[in-house]
Design a protein around this ligand. Structure first.
Ligand code: URA
Ligand code: SF4
Length: 187
C-alpha cells in the first residue's frame, strides 16, 4: 500500500457529506518515512483553500512547536482525522470520523511512525481508542506517554493540546513547552 493510492482515494471520496462543500481535501504533508506523526482534527478555511494541513493561525503555532524541537515540516508527517473541512469549522460528527478515519489508519500503516502526537481532544480520543487505551480529556493526558505493546513494538503516543487552543489560552504555552520537551526525548 502506498501513499499515492491513499491520496487518490481521498481526492475522489464521497463517503460523508463533507465532500459537497470542500474546495480541496487535505490528505497530509511531510515525510512519508517520518518517525513522528502529528494528527490534528480537520481542515479549516485556509487548509481547505490550499489543500495543506496547518497553514492558518493554528499552523503558525504548529510551526513554532516543531521548530522549538529543532524539526522542520519536512522532517515530520502532518495530517488530520478528518480530510474535508466541516462547515464553519464545527466539530466533526461521529459518523464523519467513522467514515474518514480508515484513511488515517492506512496512512499510519504506510508511515509506521515510532511516535504519534494527536493534537486536541478529537484526535487524542481516536488514537487512544484505536490502540486500546481509555480516551480521557486532553487536559488529563497532555504530555503523557502511552506505550503500545505488540510483537514488533507499536508506536508511542504522546497527546498534546491542539495548537489553536494556545491562541485563545496563553496559559497553555508553558504546558506545551513542557510537553514538547517530553516529545523531543521520545523521538
Ligand atoms: N486545525 C486542525 O486540526 N487541522 C488543520 O489542518 C488546521 C487547523
Ligand atoms: Fe471522504 Fe473523509 Fe472527505 Fe468525508 S471527510 S468525504 S470520508 S475524505
Amino acid at each position: 500500500m502506498r501513499m499515492d493510492e491513499i491520496i487518490n482515494d481521498v481526492r475522489s471520496c464521497k463517503k460523508c457529506a463533507l465532500w459537497e462543500n470542500r474546495n480541496n481535501p487535505v490528505v497530509g504533508e511531510g515525510d512519508p518515512n517520518a518517525k513522528i506523526m502529528f494528527i490534528g482534527e480537520a481542515p479549516g478555511y485556509n487548509e481547505d483553500r490550499q489543500g495543506k494541513p496547518f497553514v492558518g493561525a493554528a499552523g503558525k503555532v504548529f510551526d513554532e512547536m516543531t521548530s522549538s524541537m529543532g524539526l522542520r515540516r519536512e522532517d515530520v508527517y502532518i495530517t488530520n482525522i478528518i480530510k474535508c473541512r466541516p462547515p464553519n469549522n464545527r466539530n466533526p460528527l461521529a459518523e464523519e470520523i467513522k467514515q474518514c478515519t480508515p484513511y488515517l489508519d492506512r496512512q499510519i500503516e504506510v508511515i509506521k511512525p515510532t511516535l504519534i502526537c494527536p493534537l486536541g481532544n478529537f484526535a487524542a480520543s481516536y488514537i487512544l481508542k484505536k490502540y486500546g487505551f481509555e480516551p480521557l480529556q486532553i487536559s488529563k493526558i497532555n504530555g503523557k506517554i502511552f506505550e503500545v505493546k505488540g510483537i514488533s513494538g507499536g508506536p508511542k503516543i504522546i497527546p498534546l493540546f491542539h495548537p489553536a487552543a494556545l491562541i485563545y489560552n496563553r496559559g497553555l504555552r508553558q504546558k506545551m513547552e513542557d510537553d514538547l520537551a517530553v516529545v523531543k526525548k521520545n523521538i
